[in-house]
Write a protein that binds this ligand. Structure first.
Ligand code: SF4
Ligand code: SF4
Length: 201
């Protein structure tokens, strides 16, 4: 019988301790983040999936379609697509595919890129119903971000009027070697008619 009342008393005591804590914290300001209605700012060192970096000067990417990231990826999850527009010597990026289901976030692609066109995204809310939800088109994503953030290309600095009008000095054309060889040198040239006469005297 005594044991029975001891258990009831112990239960009531633990309930009162819990209620005391609840009462204390319910009167204090909220310190928790109400996810998903609120999200946290992630540290800049966070490594989300790789992403094409936005060039703030041109409001575009910095990729030169060299394919080095594609070759350096150990998981073969990058597909760089580019084409040469008519009359241009340079390729233009037309698609950048990332299969994030295979990516190990090793960072090789970011390190080898010669133009720093790649970076890590701050994306941490990744969820999907199929693996295809993690096949990203990074070029399309970049275009969406540029539009959403309202980034516009910076105007190019104006060239001063004098400099624009002044023509550049033209360098004399180098003579072809054959022409140079054929040209008579001063010592090879025939002596004037007066010289032999002087010699005879
Ligand atoms: S982080 Fe590594 S695995 Fe992921 S895309 Fe880049 S090179 Fe491939
Ligand atoms: S290494 Fe950089 S510049 Fe070359 S294709 Fe990849 S993202 Fe583009």
């Amino acid at each position: 019988m005594i044991e029975y009342f001891r258990e009831i008393f112990s239960g009531l005591w633990s309930l009162l301790v819990g209620m005391k804590l609840t009462l204390r914290y319910s009167l204090q300001p909220t310190i928790t983040c109400h996810y998903p209605f609120e999200t946290l700012d992630i540290t800049p060192n966070f490594r989300g999936h790789t992403d094409l970096a936005i060039d703030l000067d041109t409001a575009d990417h910095k990729c030169i379609v060299c394919g080095m990231c594609e070759n350096a990826c150990p998981s073969q999850c990058i597909t760089v697509v580019g084409e040469k527009p008519e009359g241009s010597k340079k390729k233009v990026l037309t698609g950048y595919g990332l299969d994030f289901t295979k990516c190990s976030l090793c960072g090789n692609c970011v390190e080898v890129c010669p133009t720093s066109a790649l970076e890590y995204s701050q994306e941490y809310q990744l969820a999907g119903f199929s693996r295809h939800d993690f096949h990203f088109d990074l070029l399309a994503r970049l275009r969406e971000q540029v539009k959403a953030r309202g980034i516009r290309p910076k105007p190019k600095p104006a060239v001063p009027e004098g400099e624009a009008a002044e023509p550049k000095p033209r360098r004399p054309k180098a003579k072809p070697e054959a022409a140079e060889a054929a040209e008579p040198k001063p010592e090879d040239s025939p002596k004037s008619e007066e010289e032999p006469a002087k010699a005879d005297l």
